[in-house]
Each structure stands twice: as C-alpha cells, then as structure tokens.
Design a protein around this ligand. Structure first.
Ligand code: COA
Length: 189
C-alpha cells in the first residue's frame, strides 16, 4: 500500500532502495546523532528488518520517494522499538532523510501522513518520538507535527556519559487537544 502527500510518496521498500539507503547510512553527517554510521551490511540488515515489520503490521517505516524526481530520499514512519525503554510499550514515529532533501519540510510532510495513517487507519491511541537532546532538527519536526515535549531520559543503548545519552521524549494522542476543543460538548463543559 502506498500513500501520497503533495510532494512525496510513502511506499513499501524496493530492492533498489538498498543502495541509496546504504549511502545515507554511511554518511557521518546524516548519522551525527547516532553512535556510528552503518556499514553496507548493517544498512541492508536494517532495510530487511523494516520490510519484515511492515509485512507484519501493514504500517512501518515507509520508504519516502520524491515525486518530482522519483528518488528514494530515506524513511519516515511508525515503528515498535525492539528494546525496552523507560516508557515501553510504545509505537514511535521516526525519520531519516538523505542530506540533499533536508530543509524542504519533507520530514514533517511525510510524518503528518504517517500520524494520520496510524491514528485513522490503524486506530493507534498514542504515538511517541524521541531523539538525542542535541538533535534540534529532529525536535523541530516533532514540534511542527504537533507533538508535545515530555520528559528527558537516558537512552538505554547509549553508553553512560556519552554526549548522545540524554534523550527527549515527545508524545501525541489520537484524541489530540485540538480535536477535543472542536467537540461542542467539550467547548461548553
Ligand atoms: C531530522 C530530519 C529528518 C529533518 O528533516 P527535514 O525534512 O529537513 O525537516 P524540515 O525541513 O522541517 O527541517 C527541520 C529542521 O532541520 C534543520 N535543518 C533544515 N535544513 C537543514 C540543513 N540543510 N542542515 C542542517 N539542519 C537543517 C532546521 O533546524 C529545521 O528546523 P526549522 O525549519 O525550524 O529551521 C533530517 O534532518 C534528517 O534526516 N536528519 C538525519 C537523521 C536524523 O537525525 N533522524 C532523526 C533521528 S531521531
């Protein structure tokens, strides 16, 4: 199943995505808020896991294609973290785009669609996002799509005292405050 936004297509992964995905995963600038860039093998393994999870749930971390060029730009979508977090169990929204596609509002555009799919099509009640405290670009995306800044926590997979250890959690609920405010009975209550 693929989904369209104004400028992007969120679609299942194709074999030909592996090469541009490996290139962006090997780029230290794209991966500066992660512990390490990925090797080709690690990148292919990640693409395989993403594909498997999408086959299982119907939703997942979609490959994001730019309509104007047909290029694979990276991924945006929903995921169940494979490790325990202080606020588990959760469904997270995440994004990773290659550098040429940054700064165009692509991540928020695709993320709004991913939230709508999760909430409206799959009935998910709440979606979270988290990132290293230093990752301001990612937090900007969380804010642009209406997520609420919540607590800081130490990421369990990042070594103690590492500069990327401290993370920030954002949340958004299906019944968002905006929707509640729009309900006549709540307005007068
Ligand atoms: C985080 C990311 C997905 C944002 O995607 P995007 O499509 O560029 O999002 P936007 O265009 O809305 O820009 C969001 C913020 O990114 C930053 N940004 C934009 N262009 C940038 C550029 N060329 N270089 C560095 N940062 C830039 C700005 O802080 C911007 O916020 P602003 O619009 O308030 O100025 C993208 O930067 C990315 O893939 N980064 C690497 C992977 C990553 O960190 N993923 C998140 C892990 S939790």
């Amino acid at each position: 199943m693929e989904y369209h936004t104004e400028r992007l297509i969120l679609r299942p992964w194709q074999e030909c995505d592996r090469e541009p995905f490996a290139a962006l995963n090997a780029n230290p600038e794209v991966m500066r808020y992660f512990l390490n860039p990925l090797t080709r093998e690690e990148s292919d393994k990640m693409a395989g896991v993403i594909k498997q999870k999408m086959a299982l749930h119907g939703w997942g971390l979609w490959a994001v294609e730019e309509k104007s060029s047909g290029a694979f730009t990276g991924f945006v979508g929903l995921n169940i973290p494979s490790y325990e977090l202080p606020f588990s169990p959760v469904i997270e929204i995440g994004w990773r785009l290659d550098k040429p596609y940054w700064g165009k509002g692509y991540a928020p555009e695709a993320a709004r669609k991913a939230l709508a799919i999760g909430f409206e099509q799959y009935g998910i009640d709440e979606i979270v996002a988290f990132t290293a405290l230093e990752n301001i670009p990612s937090q900007r995306v969380m804010e642009k799509i209406g997520m609420m800044r919540c607590e800081e926590f130490d990421h369990p997979l990042v070594p103690q005292n590492h500069p990327l250890q401290r993370h920030i959690l954002y949340r958004i609920a299906r019944v968002s405050l905006k929707e509640l405010a729009a309900m006549p009975d709540k307005k007068t209550a």
